[in-house]
Design a protein around this ligand. Structure first.
Ligand SMILES: Nc1ncnc2c1ncn2[C@@H]1O[C@H](COP(=O)(O)OP(=O)(O)OP(=O)(O)O)[C@@H](O)[C@H]1O
Ligand SMILES: [Mg+2]
Length: 306
């Protein structure tokens, strides 16, 4: 099989509002593929079409070789979903949540019990097996949601903002689990608005904004292609950022002005820094730092991801 997910000119309209406006992407077997974008970009909408939760308005969408419109049962049997909202059953215990879910897939009881035991170990929740979900921490709930999504041994695991709202330790624990799954051959598809998460986990990603895909590629490549290695941030005390820009020549790949701050994207920050040092006029802010995906987003949209 060549593609795990293949979307062509995919469109989603909610009544009159177009949330996804003709997007194209391919998720390859075994990779971790990311959707990065701000609130309202259309990430969850796209995910929901992939797991056959909402119908496609136009275009084609194939998952694991099946069309979402004609073969939702085949698709749902082969994928796992960790949705953005917590939809665990709060009154049931950790173990009961997993067993209940195994029931939906007609997994025989003996096999289900064995699988649930393995998943509790994988999620680091063995000691919490008999605890009601409402008494778990946020990070534990998220690990349980991931364990639950794995009950049917999915070929594709979809995670919609897997670490939003978690503290750094809980987030790193989720990342570790995701890496383990990827090493075991599971294809991962995740959405996030955390740049670091996208950079850490994704082999390839798309940057999405207002229903369209702006860019696609491996995180490092996107950074190199759009903003080079380093960024020099400058805000003049007097005058306009654009006036500084006119005085800097050579070495600058691209620039962006947001408010009073000039962002110079450069392959060699030291050279650019030295040029700027030679300029007359004072700066209220001057900082040289490595370029990140945030800069790519800023350059493409003129807005920050937060
Ligand atoms: N059921 C719905 N009915 C009408 N509009 C909707 C519905 N669900 C989402 N939308 C709209 O579609 C757009 C995309 O929403 P979506 O939830 O896909 O964004 P998102 O990228 O997942 O954002 P977030 O990062 O906040 O989760 C938003 O403008 C949203 O208001
Ligand atoms: Mg969302």
């Amino acid at each position: 099989m060549t593609a795990v997910v293949c979307a062509r000119e995919l469109v989603k309209k909610y009544n009159g509002f177009t949330a996804v406006r003709g997007i194209n992407f391919v998720v390859r077997p075994g990779e971790c593929f990311g959707f990065l974008g701000p609130n309202g970009a259309g990430k969850t909408t796209t995910i929901k079409m992939i797991h056959c939760f909402i119908p496609v308005t136009a275009g084609t969408l194939e998952v694991l070789g099946y069309d979402v419109g004609s073969h939702p049962r085949e698709i749902k049997a082969r994928l796992g979903v960790v949705s953005q909202e917590d939809n665990l059953d709060p009154e049931l215990t950790v173990e009961e949540n997993l067993l209940l879910y195994a029931g939906y897939f007609d997994i025989p009881r003996g096999e289900a019990v064995k699988r649930v035991r393995e998943l509790l170990a994988f999620a680091g929740l063995e000691e919490k097996a008999g605890v009601e979900v409402e008494h778990l921490s946020g990070g534990m709930k998220r690990r349980l949601a991931i364990a639950r999504a794995l009950v049917n041994k999915p070929q594709l695991l979809i995670l919609d903002e897997p670490t939003t709202g978690l503290d750094p330790e809980a987030r790193h624990m989720i990342w570790e689990k995701m890496r383990q799954l990827k090493a075991a051959g599971v294809t991962l598809l995740l959405t996030t608005h955390y740049l670091e998460e996208a950079a850490q986990l994704c082999d390839r990603l798309v940057i999405m904004d207002r229903g369209i895909i702006l860019e696609e590629g491996p995180p490092e490549e996107l950074v190199r292609r759009h903003v080079g290695r380093e960024v020099l941030e400058l805000a003049p005390v007097d005058g306009e950022a654009v006036e500084i820009l006119a005085k800097v020549d050579g070495g600058v790949l691209a620039h962006q002005i947001i408010g009073r701050t000039l962002y110079l994207y450069t392959g060699n920050g030291r050279d650019t820094w030295q040029q700027v040092q030679g300029l007359t006029g004072r700066f209220s802010h001057m900082r040289l730092r490595p370029a990140t995906l945030e800069d790519v987003f800023l350059k493409l949209t003129g807005r920050s991801l937060d």
